[in-house]
Design a protein around this ligand. Structure first.
Ligand code: HAM
Length: 415
């Protein structure tokens, strides 16, 4: 039997109904923040992602040559595609441009709980603005999304990659090796970061200072220790967040982010219940458009790891109630079968989700099946009732039954 490829999943109807419901909640939040949806291709020129993150990114890409010998890659994330879309199609539009997207991404990773090779992101970008308000809007929207889904146990950490980048540059680390150092610091692999920095002739006390900086964590008062413009900037972001009612944030100057295009504010949200793969959302400010042939434009964005946030909700005991259908039409005797289909199609035309037996089941079995499909009502069609232009409407929760005229059926069900 052929299974789905490693690191991918099938989604059955129950799971899919839940996912669509939560996806639409996120869409709703994005709309309330004034964002509009875009969609980009699932595969892109591999060059797009190489320009963004350097050739090393190929290791984590699903890349391939097509029949025209073009080097393509399945998208590992959607910020680079979104900015490409902006450069190609929207660069002359009034700023800021607020866009969001939802879709699958692909990374050639070692699969484990919460880490897949095909996963889904819900993300957003504000393009063309580099103010503390912009960053605050993005963080506030991420927080609103988590809140709208009902997740309680999570932590939001905000940092600033600019200060750390500056410190690393001041320490004499060559620009092209910054990413290597940041990757170690991102994972708090100090044992490996130290010899790496030493190999670049960084003095031991300077290394200590860098490490200490990445360990600066706490409430917003730790911002007192953050020097210069970056500190002032983050203080303003926090002030706007507070005005928007987003107070449960922590400052963590060790937030580095795995992707190396960020330049300023960076943030992450994590759900501790998820263990190793606990990061449910991440983002920050960056410039990418100039790499893709456009003018340099400042942007800020984030993406929610949709699969992970759903896992975290499950761990927290948030249960999705299957909606089911409004009505299941069943027959007392087979001679009313045609009439049953006339009734079911009228209900559907009235916007009611309705189904009818297509398996030739007897009434008792049909009633059981109506429960299986979580029908709210059973519409029981019998020859005797039809003589009076009526059917019997059974409330599947209470078991109550009443005769309803055919002309009133749709309104009664809707009511
Ligand atoms: P990222 O942190 O690489 O950022 O991914 C965002 C989220 O996607 C993560 O926080 C995580 O929840 C989820 N995620 C990542 N890899 C996997 C995986 N293999 N399986 C399941 N979930 C995963 C970005 O992708 C940036 N584009 C975010 C951004 C938007 N920055 C600015 N704008």
């Amino acid at each position: 039997m052929i299974q789905c490829p490693r690191g991918t999943r099938d989604f059955l109807p129950d799971e899919m109904e839940k996912r669509r419901c939560y996806e639409n909640i996120l869409r709703g939040v994005a709309h309330t923040f004034g964002f509009r949806e875009i969609e980009t291709p699932i595969f892109e020129e591999a060059e797009l992602f190489i320009l963004r993150s350097g050739p090393n990114v190929l290791k984590e890409l699903y890349n391939f040559k097509d029949k025209g010998d073009r080097e393509l890659a399945l998208r590992p994330e959607m910020t680079a595609p979104a900015i490409r879309l902006f450069v190609n199609n929207m660069s002359n539009e009034p700023k800021p441009i607020k866009i969001f997207y939802f879709g699958q991404c692909f990374r050639y990773e070692r699969p484990q709980s919460g880490r897949y090779r095909e996963f889904f992101q819900f993300g957003a970008e504000v393009i063309g603005s580099a103010t503390p308000e912009t960053d605050a809007e993005i963080i506030a929207m991420a927080a609103s999304m988590i809140k709208a889904l009902g997740l309680k146990d999570y932590k939001m950490r905000i940092g600033h990659i600019g200060v750390l980048r500056q410190k690393i540059a001041d320490a004499g680390v060559p620009k092209e090796r910054t990413a290597e150092v940041l990757q170690k610091l991102d994972k708090k692999m100090y044992d490996e970061a130290r010899p790496l920095l030493e190999s670049m002739d960084v003095a031991s006390d300077v290394i200590d200072d860098i490490f200490k900086f990445t360990e600066t964590v706490g409430d917003t008062s730790v911002l007192e220790e953050v020097p210069g413009e970056a500190g002032d900037y983050l203080r303003q972001v926090v002030r706007y967040l507070s005005a928007m009612g987003v107070d449960n944030v922590e400052i963590d100057l060790g937030v580095v982010r795995g992707l190396d295009y960020y330049t300023g504010m960076v943030f992450e949200a994590e759900a501790p219940a998820l263990g190793a793969e606990k990061q449910i959302c991440g983002g920050g400010s960056y410039t990418l458009s100039e790499l893709f042939g456009g003018e340099k434009v400042f942007s800020t964005g984030f993406a929610v790891g949709f699969d992970r946030i759903l896992l975290a909700m499950e761990k927290e005991g948030i249960v999705y109630q299957r909606k089911g259908i409004d009505a299941y039409v069943l027959l007392v005797t087979d001679d009313v079968r045609l009439k049953a289909f006339e009734i079911v199609s009228k209900l559907r035309a009235a916007g009611i989700s309705a189904d009818a037996d297509i398996m030739g089941r007897k009434m008792a079995k049909s009633l059981k099946f109506a429960s299986t499909v979580c029908a709210r009502y059973a519409v029981i069609v019998g020859a005797k009732e039809l003589e009076e232009d009526s059917v019997t409407l059974r409330d599947m929760h209470t078991g109550e039954q009443k005769a309803v005229k055919l002309e009133d059926l749709a309104d009664t069900i809707k009511g």
